[in-house]
Design a protein. Sequence first.
Length: 222
Amino acid sequence: MEINNIMKTTAILPIFNEEKTVAKVLSVLLKSKLLNEIIVVDDASTDNSLNIIKSFKSSKLKIIHLKENSGKSGAVKIAVKKTRSDILFFCDGDLHDFKLRHIKKLLKPLQKDRRSMTVGIRNRGIVHNIFVKKFGPLITGERAVPRKIFEEVIEHPLMKDYAMEFVLNDYCVKNSIPIKRMILQGVKQTNKPYKYSNKLRGVMLLLKQTIALMIVYVKLKA
């Protein structure tokens, strides 16, 4: 599989306080021969994330440091405007056991179908996988999408904070664009409450984010 000979692909990694995991995620992205470019957007982190990113040296790596927090959607939009690649590969910075094979799995379907989006689903057992692949809400950050599709939603009024995935999903469904759900074996993610020494703060932020996403979902369906 030589995607690079056919289309240029950029990985976009938005991060905010991911010092515990970002090095391993970025290492995998840089090793992938399927990615022509990696853009890391540090969304005004207050920990050591930015210094960790800067310790990597690669001609494929571009670093954008934001002095004020823009939220995930805002950070991603800034990165997209800095590249002209045909394919955009999105990835979160808090992953565990993220491997090269996961990148390949998400990019391979786009080699045959340039008018589709692939979405990675973390493996949580047979029952969960079957349910999510058919009915589940696709809010995972691991996905690959043609740039042309993303450009069609980049100025959507709801494309802010953590609503990017919802907006992309809604656009694809309404425009009959196939969404291909791929199981990413072994990938894990740090739950928000465990990102903070104050677990209550993490729980409250997760609750706030969940409510905000529910509001976005209702607005999209209205």
